[in-house]
Design a protein around this ligand. Sequence first.
Ligand code: NZQ
Ligand code: ZN
Length: 382
Amino acid sequence: MHFTYVNPTQINFGQGQIQSIQSNIPVEQKVLVIYGGGSIKNNGVYDQVVNALKDHTWCEFSGVEPNPTKETLDRAVAIVKEQSIDFILAVGGGSVIDGSKYVAAAAKYDGDGWDIMLGQHRVTSAVPLGAILTLPATGSESNMGAVVTKAETQDKLSFMTPHVQPKFAVMDPDVMKTLPEKQLINGIVDAWVHVCEQYITRRHDAMVQDGYAEALLRNLKTLGEQFDERDNDAWRANLMWSANQALNGLIGSGVPHDWATHMIGHEFTALWGVDHARSLAIVQPSLLRNQIDAKRAKLEQMGKNVFGLAQSDDLAEQAIAAIEAFYQSLGVTTQFSEYENGKEDAVEAVIEQLSQHGMTALGENQAIDLEQSRRILSLAIA
Ligand code: NZQ
Ligand code: ZN
């Protein structure tokens, strides 16, 4: 345990909190409101934003797509530069918030914003931003990461910098009322895998991180089991807060991280448009089986403390089966079959992408090279 931890995002949690943006954004600042395909126009969120910003000067940019593209976002970058925007307000799910982070950083750079994603430009400043979260899943509302796609080349890459950490996050569970079931399930699965990526590694004896990770996993499991109660206030609030805590930096402080499931999963989204969470459910069980020796101690701990399984010689195997059964109980498939030209082509397509993106030593031990990825994919692709 050796770390520096700060999470400077102010969280405004609860019903009716959207109006808090009125005082959280200085009134003299010119605001660009960024949103997605229009869900906020159908659930009253847009109207609440308009009302809260009545004393501000503001304009808007819409049409940020799920898995946001550089091509779309660069049009917002131009607006920020041309109109001297002082503050960006992201209103949406992970895609809108991630996209807004890219816009915030690219607007302070004279070159092509994609250089940031390639690590060829180091971000040293960004336009300040805040977020109104409408889909609990990614934790993007209070972390410093973002994932952006270049549609032209099917590259889905991530970047991290404290400069794009939101100043505040509004988390009103009422906004979840219009979420399709599919997106609620995606939220449970994405948050679950975020905890796993920071927990199913090797034994490290960091009791706070492990204990809190297990509490979050048990919450998410319960919320999945109580999916029939998704229309109640407590269910919504608990999912929103659990998903946030899963990736706000705390449980990952001072412990090893994996993230191989995410890196391989991103390629399924880039190649075939698989929803982010669903790409994870496809990759993770196969990856855990491939890495079972290195991860055995933590899988056994998870089996006991999350699934309540008894000690046995195959406890780690049982824990993986329980994870897989959890996804399947939510109707989420754990193998991929939507490829065009047969399994071998599909496996090689992902390998080619991983190779191009330098994803050749993944996982907490950097043990997942392309050969191991090929084995994982042979299990994960039907
Ligand atoms: O665009 P609109 O019309 O708003 O519709 C969206 C979108 O179609 C809809 N939606 C959102 N809130 C709604 C709603 N529909 C009805 N009612 C509401 N209240 O949901 C659809 C999906 O939205 P999206 O933002 O794409 O989903 P999510 O939050 O799952 O974000 C996924 C993106 O986040 C990245 C993923 O790679 C993916 O690009 N991630 C970001 C991370 C981060 N920044 O830390 C970590 C994650 O691991 C992840 O990689
Ligand atoms: Zn994720």
